[in-house]
Unconditional design. Structure first.
Length: 158
């Protein structure tokens, strides 16, 4: 059963322990199996955390805060999580937040209209917050993006 779980996708030791408990496997047996899987390097929480962070930061544009929460849900915390999160720099986060905000900016919104611009800004900052970005990063990215868009518009559009 553990091998089947690992063939679908990498799993943390905690995730496998939960699956074994769901199947009513005695705890001492489950621990022995998981210890053996770690011994032969089929289960490696450090490698799992590293791969998880690389994948989710790239595919979902998640910030370190959200990634840390996801790792904790998978049973990875402390030093292993911190080590895995080191691969995402402040600059990486900023670049990802900018790209995400740019993709989600609604081109049909008239940003010269103050109310529409404020509403768009709130939506983008909220979306970035859900992805784990701090409010300061969210506001910085959104204000820069809206400023760039307004600069690119001809002045007679104002």
């Amino acid at each position: 059963m553990v091998l089947r779980q690992l063939t679908n996708s990498p799993k943390s030791r905690h995730q496998l322990a939960v699956k074994l408990a769901e199947k009513d496997i005695p705890e001492d047996v489950a621990l022995a199996v998981l210890d053996r899987f770690e011994e032969v390097q089929l289960v490696d929480d450090a490698e799992f955390a590293r791969l998880w962070v690389a994948s989710r930061s790239r595919s979902k544009s998640l910030a370190r805060g959200a990634l840390k929460r996801e790792l904790a849900e998978k049973g990875i915390s402390g030093d292993l999580a911190a080590e895995a999160l080191e691969q995402v720099s402040d600059e990486d986060e900023l670049v990802a937040a900018r790209a995400l905000a740019r993709r989600k900016l609604q081109s049909s919104v008239d940003l010269t209209d103050r109310a529409a611009r404020d509403k768009q800004a709130r939506r983008l900052v909220s979306m970035l917050a859900r992805k784990g970005y701090s409010p300061s990063v969210g506001y910085r990215v959104v204000n820069d993006l809206i400023g760039d868009v307004l600069e690119q518009q001809p002045e007679d559009a104002w």
